[in-house]
Ligand binder design. Structure first.
Ligand code: 13P
Ligand code: 13P
Ligand code: MG
Ligand code: MG
Length: 371
């Protein structure tokens, strides 16, 4: 049997320049040196280090499967080394996402976010990696649904007989820590009922049903780590990542990108407490600005070749996405005009930074009954 390849994307915000804007180049260099060492030690096969705004992104290939302690430890130690540099440079929020001091075998639940897929590489294995800043894992629900469930986005669902069989969605309830599997197209309306509530129900993985890719092999995987739940308070948004495999019975890369052609609304933005549009960007605009946003998404495309990464292609660095960026800027303007009013500001229970308990305390005893 062919040797399997694992693609792991593990990310953390360990400090940034000029507030929550951008990762410092020295952190990128430090992470590269750390992963280069991991290659020479035979822990990983190949890597690509980048950032999405203030989030440091480690893209790694290896032969060890998902949730491997050695891989997670490598990521954790790399983030720790980068935190040291961030402290030296007095970067903002140095070590922000490393919520514990001691590493315990897996980064999940410790602050960093991770998405991993183990696969038997197809003869040509195109993948897209999407990395968002200033939003939360459920932000992927809409575009992932459109890629794998919406024939108005992915023509292959109608045209390609393999895609006709549909896809299976693994949905996590991140509040009660349960999961459910729903098949599209027949359970599409049930699926949408859940994933429309994107703060609670998030798509974790997608599986193909045609058999062109083994049915137990994920064709998409998202990070679902929720920082506020881990820390018990707001420490930063859970800026998520996704891995999406393309072509040959899966959505074509162009269909995967089509899902980003208009700027849908997500929650996050300033102080993790506002709704706003996602702006897709290439590396040149890969940092947030206005009101710490608007939320951004960077997309990189690779081919996997015997567990090496061939690429990347800067997927949104294209004039075809200018209208989406322009519309996002216009929507940002429109949303901003609401100031502290919902639905720009998130509903009370979703607010990450909230002064409500202090305010309640301050005005305690002043509330009078009315009928
Ligand atoms: P595949 O079926 O080989 O993925 O080709 C489809 C395609 O790329 C059309 O856009
Ligand atoms: P990050 O989650 O990207 O660190 O942003 C936090 C924030 O509060 C921005 O206003
Ligand atoms: Mg930050
Ligand atoms: Mg961030």
């Amino acid at each position: 049997m062919a040797e399997k390849t694992t693609l792991s994307v593990i990310k953390a915000d360990v400090g940034s320049v000029a507030g929550h804007q951008v990762v410092h180049p020295r952190l990128i260099e430090t992470a590269r040196a750390s992963l280069k060492e991991a290659v020479s030690l035979g822990v990983i096969e190949d890597f690509y280090v980048t950032h999405a705004g203030d989030d440091l992104q480690l893209i790694m290939t290896h032969r060890r499967g998902v949730d491997n302690p050695k891989i997670h430890e490598t990521a954790w130690l790399t983030f720790q080394k980068c935190t040291e540099v961030a402290k030296e440079l007095h970067l903002y929020a140095a070590g922000q996402d490393l919520l514990v001091d001691a590493f315990a075998g897996n980064v999940r639940g410790l602050g960093p976010g991770s998405a991993e897929v183990e696969m038997v590489e197809r003869p040509a294995e195109p993948v897209a990696i999407f990395m968002m800043d200033k939003t939360e894992p459920g932000a992927f629900n809409l575009p992932i649904f459109r890629m794998f469930g919406d024939p108005f986005c992915s023509a292959g669902l109608v045209i390609d007989i393999a895609m006709h069989a549909g896809f299976r969605f693994e949905v996590w309830d991140i509040e009660s820590h349960q999961r459910i599997f729903l098949n599209c197209p027949e359970e599409m309306y049930d699926l949408l009922m859940f994933i429309g509530s994107k703060g609670r129900y998030v798509i974790k993985r997608v599986y193909a049903r045609s058999g062109k890719v083994p049915k137990d092999e994920a064709v998409a995987c998202m990070s679902t780590d929720k920082l506020s739940q881990i820390a018990g308070k707001y420490v930063g948004k859970d800026d998520p990542v996704a891995i999406v495999r393309a072509q040959s019975g899966l959505p074509a890369m162009g269909e995967i990108l089509e899902a980003w052609a208009w700027p849908f609304l997500v929650s996050g933005w300033n102080r993790g407490s506002h709704n706003g549009p996602v702006m897709v960007v290439g590396q040149s605009a890969n940092r947030t600005s206005r009101f710490d946003g608007p939320p951004r998404c960077l997309g990189l495309g690779f081919q996997l070749a015997d567990a090496t990464l061939v690429g990347p292609v800067d997927l949104f660095e294209d004039p075809a996405f200018e209208p989406a960026r322009r519309e996002a800027a216009e929507l940002a303007d429109y949303m901003r005009r609401h100031g502290p009013f919902e639905p720009h500001r998130l509903p009370m229970d979703e607010m990450e930074y909230t002064t409500m308990p202090e305010l309640m305390e301050k005005h305690k005893g002043k509330w009078e009954s009315v009928r």
